[in-house]
Design a protein around this ligand. Structure first.
Ligand SMILES: [Zn+2]
Ligand SMILES: [Zn+2]
Length: 226
């Protein structure tokens, strides 16, 4: 049994719940029909994928950018109205609105900015659980890297992500700065992988897929031909 796909694993087009074949490329949606006895392990290749400017990544960035562009003014207005209705008055409401607007704008610009990419190696992984005052747990998953030019890098995830388990000490990895997501890491050797991560949304995917079935972005599979 396979999980329902939102996007076609062969071409990345959006598919509907009841589609049996992709309306765009005509390939079956069902994994058994599509891949038959093709093994998962070995479907990912060795080497870095030179497709990081792929149009599906550009569309993904545009989409996430749009969400920010819409949510910033909407949340600002909600803050202003909420302050007024709780009796804080128009001046306080407007001030709160301006503060929220500026903070969200800065965060949005920081997330969206292009970061420099690099090649490196996983040197250490660490997991921390801290009990907060309100009793809830704060989990921190961190991977430390050393780049080929000797710089130290790290990536922190605030909740468990498949890619934290996926990357192991000693793995050669590339960080795709132009994508800049917290999942934008490609392992050099994917030939023994049972699952590979989507660099855009972080979901672990069947390495036989060409596209992520959750977000429609192309998967980084390296060079699969000998
Ligand atoms: Zn398709
Ligand atoms: Zn994805």
């Amino acid at each position: 049994m396979s999980i329902r796909k939102n996007y076609c694993s062969s071409c990345g087009a959006k598919v509907r719940k009841d589609d049996e074949i992709c309306p765009s490329c005509g390939k079956p949606i069902n994994d058994e029909m599509l891949y038959g006895n093709t093994r998962r392990i070995g479907a990912g290749g060795i080497g870095y994928s030179e497709i990081t400017d792929h149009e599906s990544f550009k569309a993904y960035k545009k989409f996430t950018g749009k969400i920010w562009a819409i949510s910033i003014p909407v949340i600002t207005i909600i803050v202003i109205l909420a302050s007024m209705f709780t009796g804080a008055g128009l001046t306080v409401g407007l001030l709160a609105g301006v503060v929220v607007f500026i903070i969200m704008l800065i965060v949005g610009l920081m997330i969206g900015r292009k970061k420099p990419g690099w090649d490196g190696t996983v040197i250490r992984k660490s997991y921390h659980r801290r009990r907060r005052d309100d009793g809830a747990d704060d989990d921190t998953y961190t991977i430390f890297f050393r780049t080929d030019s000797g710089k130290k890098k790290s990536q922190v995830w605030k909740s468990h992500s498949g890619i934290y388990d996926y990357l192991q000490e000693g793995d050669r990895v590339r960080f795709l700065g132009n994508l800049g997501t917290q999942y934008a890491y490609e392992k050099y050797d994917k030939s023994e992988d049972d699952r590979i991560p989507c660099a855009a949304c972080g979901t672990m995917m069947d390495p036989r897929y060409d596209y992520c079935t959750v977000c429609g972005c192309i998967l980084l599979k390296g060079k699969t031909e000998a």
